[in-house]
Design a binder for this molecule. Structure first.
Ligand code: FMN
Length: 402
């Protein structure tokens, strides 16, 4: 099976047209190619296909409502589009096209479409009288002028009995699948760029069985590695212990201590277009690791462990890199001044500030600060979504014209 869309995230917005049933097949085809598919449906769409069908085949809950019955605010209208690499609108009804063209956001699907920052592909489907109407044609022009991609519609038989054949049929599932795949394959703005990313936690031996380490999970570094790899970059991940596996397709170099990490980073830093220092590196290490295992009975009370300074990997290797150098500052006191000072001391171009509570967690929020005075605040979001947020900003820096 061809898994060429592995790890790519497709958000499918299903509109209220008879062709909604064909979208079940589109979702199935994308899943077969390895894509992660989330589905959201308009209220009208649920009159044609039950959400359970999409939930069952996509293996994920279907986005239906903007407001929850329990009064809690839902953030699906932002989270769904912001964690997608592409949004497919199928069938794109005359109504959804009109809403998109005019920025109307009166339900979950319309709002998510307004919030989408990734490429959007529409597969229109409607009766030819609706398609030919000047209002629909004007909306189509607005959408394509804005860079929205189009697949179909095809000409042929209409769904309603007795209607003359005309233009307005939704494209067949295989054509829609191919259009999604083409767009995802084109979306490689980092092709030819090499990224070196450090991730995870270092482990400094106290004796042959005990180590000095920290609570970093490695998740942020792995999500960043996945994100830049999917956008075409070559990735070297120099990592310590992690709770998650490195993404497939990248070069992963496993290290134990800070010294080992420094040596590996030194080897590759000068060829990097971008360095991302995400690892949680121990600032100190025991001066002399005890050979064997320290045993309670053999010791005269608890051992006093003398510590020595570890190398500052970012500070020592950033000057070797001629590209963009990005670091993370994990602070209890998450103030800009502290991160800005760290960025200067370590010779970085960008620093991402986050609060110490983020360590080991699944979600967080980041402040993007640069040497030339840019400041941007991310939403509080899962690390995968944050990785997209960071990488979009890095792409702008690496290729300002893109
Ligand atoms: C049987 C039936 C089939 C329909 N098929 C379409 C269609 O193919 N395309 C379309 O634009 N509208 C179609 N409509 C009308 C839409 O369902 C209607 O405009 C609805 O408000 C669209 O809502 P939505 O855009 O939020 O999904 C159909 C309505 C019915 C009752």
């Amino acid at each position: 099976m061809n898994h060429d869309l592995a790890g790519r995230r497709v958000l499918v917005a299903v509109g209220g047209g008879i062709a909604a049933y064909k979208v079940v097949d589109v979702v199935r085809r994308l899943l077969k190619r390895g894509a992660e598919v989330r589905v959201m449906m308009t209220r009208a769409a649920t009159r044609f296909v039950h959400p359970t069908t999409f939930a069952a085949i996509s293996g994920a809950p279907v986005g239906l409502e903007m407001f929850q019955d329990d009064g809690n605010p839902s953030v699906d209208h932002l989270e769904l589009p912001h964690s997608a690499d592409i949004v497919l609108v199928a069938p794109a009804t005359a109504d959804l096209m009109a809403k998109m063209a005019h920025g109307i956001a009166d339900d979950l699907v319309a709002t998510a479409l307004l919030a989408a920052q990734c490429p959007v592909l529409i597969a229109p489907a409607m009766n030819s009288s609706m398609w030919d109407h000047p209002a629909t044609q004007a909306n189509l022009q607005t959408l394509t002028d804005r860079g929205i991609k189009l697949v179909g519609p095809a000409s042929g038989e209409m769904a309603a009995p007795g209607e003359k054949p005309g233009v307005g049929r939704m494209s067949e599932p295989e054509e829609i699948e191919a259009a999604v795949a083409n767009l995802l394959h084109q979306d490689k703005p980092l092709a030819g760029k090499r990224f070196v990313i450090t991730a995870g936690r270092t482990e400094e031996p106290i004796d042959d069985v005990r180590v000095l380490t920290n609570r970093s999970s490695g998740r942020m570094g792995v999500e960043l590695a996945r994100e830049v790899f999917q956008r075409g970059a070559e990735v070297i991940l120099v990592h310590g212990s992690m709770d998650v596996a490195p993404p497939e397709g990248i070069r992963a170099i496993r290290i134990g201590t800070a010294e080992e990490m420094k040596r590996e980073v030194q080897e590759v830093a000068s060829d990097a277009d971008c360095m991302l220092y995400v690892a949680a590196v121990s600032d100190w290490r025991p001066k002399n690791a005890y050979k064997g295992k320290m045993k309670r009975e053999a010791m005269d009370g608890p051992p006093a462990i003398e510590m020595v300074e570890n190398p500052d990997i970012a500070k020592e290797t950033a000057p070797l890199c001629k590209g963009l150098r990005v670091g993370f500052a994990l602070e209890v006191d998450a103030r800009d001044e502290i991160a800005l000072d760290k960025m200067k001391r370590k010779g970085l171009d960008v620093i991402l500030l986050n609060h110490v509570s983020a360590i080991g967690g699944a979600s967080s929020s980041l402040t993007w600060l640069t040497m030339d005075g840019e400041r941007d605040q991310s939403p509080d979001a899962p690390k995968r979504e944050l990785a997209s947020w960071v990488v979009l900003r890095i792409i702008e820096r690496l290729s300002p014209s893109a």
